[in-house]
Design a protein around this ligand. Structure first.
Ligand SMILES: [Zn+2]
Length: 221
C-alpha cells in the first residue's frame, strides 16, 4: 500500500494551509478548507477534478476563521458532512460574529454534522489516521496522525520553528506546550508534520530547534 498523498493549498489572507489527503484509489478527505475567494474554490475544485478524486470527508483541526472559511463550499460541492471536535463547536459558531471584522463579509457558516473524538481514528480508503487531542492553541484542537505513513496534520499546534498563538479565546500557553510534549513529541522523530501555516517540518527538527518547546527552550543564547 502506498502512503497517503498530501496536497496543500495556501488560502485566504491568513495564508492558511488547506490539505487534500488522498490514496492511490482517489479516496479523499479535505482538512481545514480555508478557501474564500472564487479563484481559491476553483483551484481546489480543479485539483480534485483533474486527479479524479472522490471527496468523502471534511475535517477541521480546530475552528478559527482561517481554517473554516471554505467549510460551506466543500460541504455543498461534494456533499460531505463536516466533522469537528465537540469542544470547538462554540468557537465555530462564534466565527459568524467576527468574520466581518476581518473583512470576510461573505462568510457562509456551516454546521458540523458529527463530532470526532480523541483516541478514535478516521479512515481514508484503507489508511487509518489516529485522532490525537492537543489543546492550547484552541481548546478542542486535534491532530490527525498517519502512523503507517509517518506523517501528521498538526493544524496550528506547531509550526517550523514556532508554535501557535495562545492569546485567542480558549488558548493557553502551558496547555499548548504540554500538548506538544506529550502528544507530538511522543511520535517518531522522522514523522513529517504538516502545519496550518508555513512549510512542513519533522518531530526531530522541532525537538532540536524549536525555541518554544525544543531542547534549548527557555535558555538564553
Ligand atoms: Zn488557529
Amino acid at each position: 500500500m502506498l502512503d497517503l498523498f498530501i496536497k496543500s493549498f495556501v488560502f485566504n489572507a491568513f495564508m492558511e494551509n488547506t490539505y487534500v489527503v488522498y490514496d492511490e484509489e482517489g479516496n479523499t478527505a479535505i482538512f481545514d478548507p480555508g478557501c474564500y475567494e472564487k479563484e481559491e474554490e476553483k483551484a481546489l475544485e480543479m485539483f480534485i477534478e483533474q486527479h479524479g478524486l472522490k471527496v468523502q470527508a471534511l475535517y477541521n483541526t480546530h475552528c478559527h476563521i482561517d481554517h473554516v472559511l471554505g467549510n460551506e463550499f466543500v460541504k455543498r460541492r461534494w456533499k460531505v458532512g463536516l466533522q469537528i471536535h465537540a469542544v470547538e463547536l462554540p468557537y465555530l459558531e462564534a466565527v459568524k460574529s467576527y468574520a466581518g471584522n476581518y473583512g470576510f463579509h461573505g462568510y457562509q457558516p456551516a454546521e458540523p454534522n458529527s463530532f470526532i473524538k480523541e483516541g478514535s481514528s478516521i479512515s481514508i480508503g484503507k489508511h487509518q489516521l489516529q485522532i490525537l487531542f492537543a489543546p492550547g492553541h484552541a481548546p478542542g484542537h486535534v491532530l490527525f496522525y498517519d502512523a503507517a505513513g509517518d506523517q501528521c496534520l498538526v493544524g496550528d499546534v506547531i509550526f517550523k520553528g514556532s508554535i501557535g498563538r495562545t492569546d485567542l479565546p480558549g488558548g493557553d500557553f502551558d496547555t499548548l506546550i504540554k500538548s506538544i510534549k506529550t502528544q507530538l513529541f511522543s511520535l517518531p522523530d522522522h514523522t513529517r508534520l504538516y502545519p496550518g501555516h508555513g512549510e512542513p517540518t519533522t518531530v526531530g527538527f522541532e525537538k532540536e530547534y524549536n525555541p518554544f518547546c525544543g531542547r534549548n527552550a527557555g535558555f538564553e543564547s
